[in-house]
Design a protein around this ligand. Sequence first.
Ligand SMILES: Nc1nc2c(ncn2[C@@H]2O[C@H](COP(=O)(O)OP(=O)(O)OP(=O)(O)O)[C@@H](O)[C@H]2O)c(=O)[nH]1
Ligand SMILES: [Mg+2]
Length: 301
Amino acid sequence: MSNHHNNINKDKYKAGFVSLVGATNAGKSTLFNRLTNSDLAIITKREQTTRELIDGVLTTSDYQIIFIDTPGYNHTKGLLADFMLAQTIKSLQKSDLFVLVSSPDKSSEEDLLLERLPPFKTPLLLVLNKVDSCQNDKLEKKIAYLNEKLTFIKILKLSATLDDDFDELLKIISSILPVRPPIFDQSTFTNRNLRFLVAEFIREAAMKICYQEIPYRIAVQTQEYKKLAKITKITAYLYVDKKNSQAILVGTNGRMIKKIGTSARQRIEGFLGQRVFLELSVKVLHNWHQDQLKLKFLGYS
Ligand SMILES: Nc1nc2c(ncn2[C@@H]2O[C@H](COP(=O)(O)OP(=O)(O)OP(=O)(O)O)[C@@H](O)[C@H]2O)c(=O)[nH]1
Ligand SMILES: [Mg+2]
């Protein structure tokens, strides 16, 4: 078995933390998964998909980049939004480099986040995402606007969904990171455990399949996680904030929750590379998103 760490060049090796920040829906999680060659982060077309930080480690013989996917910024108020912004600030505090992921279809939502960046004095890259779906003049306008507000080391335009490789971006990032030995063992690819990831995959399925406002008021917790020889048995609770949301999420004859379960199970099986038995229950946790204690119970504190 070969090990990068045994033959790394200590005088040249680069390592560090890189936060992907920006407005909600800009494509941070999509880019995060592409950069880390993983399926760790959840992605939906809805806003406020990511709620908590997640690290993804990319290790090569020349560098180790720990990407941090962060909750996107939007104008939503409340305790959960406060928690999400605090998560983003926490990731900024530990990062050696910020990548602002922006997309022209997002208007001024990121402005309040932008104001938070300069005090850090951390190098900042700008990635203009979704070039496949927007006109060039809109893109240039956005760049001009951002250039007036902040100083970027470099500006890149790309499509996180359609581009084939991200070598240029990785090269720039690694060149900026400090000379430092690897922070994590070569086999480490995330800081998150399977129970967390599974709960997120279930939330992703619920956000994709259920409509209206309900998905924004769903929190998922993995209850049982049992890896057997041929199958992994998982039970999880989906918490909603009121009784009638529970009925909608379960659906007529349990059709909605069954659909969510099938989609989530496939996602988990793809990730684990093993068959999964998944059992979901929908519980009511009244007004959980407005209650500090309940948020804490759900891990949002
Ligand atoms: N056309 C196009 N769509 C993209 C691109 N990158 C991401 N998307 C889509 O944009 C939507 C949002 O992507 P996410 O990666 O979840 O965005 P995010 O910034 O992580 O959003 P939050 O977690 O809510 O902050 C999804 O539907 C993606 O498929 C891109 O380069 N081009
Ligand atoms: Mg996200």
